[in-house]
Design a protein around this ligand. Sequence first.
Ligand SMILES: Cc1cc2nc3c(=O)[nH]c(=O)nc-3n(C[C@H](O)[C@H](O)[C@H](O)COP(=O)(O)O)c2cc1C
Length: 189
Amino acid sequence: MYIFAVAKLDKQPRLRVNNKDCMDFLTLTKNRYSCRSYSAEKVEKEKVDYIMECVRMAPSAVNRQPWRFRIIVEEEQRHKLCQCYNREWFASAPMYVIASILHDEEWVRADGKHHGDIDIAIAVEHLCLAATEQGLGTCWVCNFDASMCHSLFNLDTNEEAAVLIPVGYAADEVREKNRKAADDIEQWL
Ligand SMILES: Cc1cc2nc3c(=O)[nH]c(=O)nc-3n(C[C@H](O)[C@H](O)[C@H](O)COP(=O)(O)O)c2cc1C
């Protein structure tokens, strides 16, 4: 019952850390949503630095950190990126991050399974949750033209643009989550 009560959408901070109000983790996860409308207001450099420090702390297989993050803020670069994902809402963001996997640095298990996808996903979700904590909206975008992105941004041969993340102040509202029930996804053995 307690968990359910906390799980309701709630923007109120509930914790104090380092003398600052913070959202508890469940509230943070509920406030992160796919934001598809942004205001033109620029994201402060201190916030970008804070978010990227949270990204840098992400774990990765064998601590390889097989990633690169291009932070796109210049108008010309933003227009270029929007060609790779041509959606009106996407173009409204004041900044983007291209999250790339460096395939020559990712860990590969003995059975051949590559772990760059897992590593980049963890780092990207750190980004999205840190941005939420800072009052910013984000959206995971994978349905973009990755080869166009590769050539427009001159990515390295071993580099794969895996996720585009628009970041900015939301011009829409956090939505209730539509999620499977715990019973449908958990198996207790
Ligand atoms: C790996 C991944 C890829 C996604 N790609 C896109 C995308 O290309 N375009 C888009 O609008 N949303 C994309 N999304 C957002 C999902 O649609 C969204 O996370 C999901 O519907 C749950 O909604 P929520 O993020 O608001 O909780 C992606 C999400 C993930 C995790």
